[in-house]
Design a binder for this molecule. Structure first.
Ligand code: 6CS
Length: 316
């Protein structure tokens, strides 16, 4: 047997390395009877194309960011709220790993679309990049922000006064370089790896949100596997939660180091103070209520349940 496992990133980056490690473990456990092919971003189209491919069974497995199916699975947009999950990636990983709202209720919502998320995990805290040096909400006024395909991301940045534009990350470097887009958000490892710091003067460590990825399988394919195969996959995915946490941590630390020591581009790194973060929270928190009460197609009970789980873990 051979399973194809597509990712939204390139070799060396967290998602691809995740798929490669998963492949290694499955091959070892089955003495080579099952082979898994890890695939980089690009060969199979954009992130949106890849999501469709998984849904249609063109690939068996995918690492998928919820932001690219926000129109189809509105509840998945919960990951784009700012200052909702704990700022500490370790705490967010704990929520992602143990939450019933996510691993049972949200999983069922994706399954209606033939996507089964087997695990949710963080790729680290996201930072904002721009040429203006974002330090307060009003700095966003007039900026055109790049977002994924999630209507709610528009609300989050509208609240700060920015406009938004959806793009695949493959088009982002050029868009920033030509200034058709002014700002973007990503974990530090990805900012460095995709060289966005070359075309942006500043990086703001904002702690506004963690980047979340999902390990997904095509629902029909997965349900048709033997119990033994399902257990093999499930156990490996569970084992890998700690592995991927360490991998993203290592990559994010190295990414920041590389940006700081890159003398050619001299990108300014701005770390927001607690007071500055409080100003952003004032504008971002009403969007949580807007999401719960106004966004069509979302389940307010899932929101309430997750919020409670987050409060229990973060102790806030
Ligand atoms: O910004 C993006 O869309 C990309 N960022 C990451 C961290 N992974 C893949 C994704 O497509």
């Amino acid at each position: 047997q051979e399973w194809r496992f597509v990712t939204e990133e390139l070799q060396g980056e967290v998602q691809y390395e995740y798929a490669a490690e998963f492949a290694k473990r499955i091959e070892e456990k089955t003495n080579g009877a099952i082979k898994v092919e890890a695939l980089e971003y690009g060969a199979l189209g954009s992130e949106v194309d890849q999501a469709q491919l998984l849904q249609q069974g063109g690939v068996e497995m995918a690492v998928m960011s919820p932001g690219f199916t926000g129109g189809q699975v509105p509840d998945g947009q919960i990951f784009s709220l700012h200052y909702f999950f704990p700022a500490d990636p370790a705490k967010t990983q704990e929520v992602l790993t143990n939450s019933e709202a996510l691993n049972k209720d949200l999983r069922a919502k994706y399954e209606e679309h033939n996507i089964t998320p087997l695990a949710f995990w963080t790729e680290g805290s996201m930072a904002w990049t721009s040429n203006v040096g974002i330090e307060k909400p009003s700095d966003w006024e007039g900026l055109n922000m790049r977002v994924q395909e999630s209507p709610l991301m528009r609300e989050s940045y509208d609240a700060y006064g920015a406009t938004v534009q959806s793009l695949s990350w493959g088009e982002l470097y050029t868009a920033l370089d030509r200034e058709t887009v002014d700002a973007q958000e990503n974990p530090l490892f990805f900012i460095e790896s995709a060289s966005f710091h070359e075309v942006q003067d500043t990086i703001t460590i904002s702690n506004h949100n963690n980047y979340v990825a999902m390990t997904t399988v095509n629902t029909g394919w997965y349900n048709g596997l033997s119990d033994k195969e399902k257990t093999l996959i499930d156990e490996t995915v569970t084992e890998m939660q700690d592995w991927v946490f360490e991998e993203q941590k290592r990559q994010n630390e190295a990414g920041l180091e590389a940006i700081k020591s890159d003398e050619e581009y001299d990108t300014k790194v701005i770390e927001l103070t607690e007071d500055q973060i409080a100003e952003f929270k004032k504008v971002a928190e009403p969007v949580h209520e807007y999401y719960r009460n106004e966004v069509k197609g979302i389940d307010p009970e899932l929101y309430d349940k997750l919020k409670k789980e987050i409060e229990e873990i973060s102790g806030e």
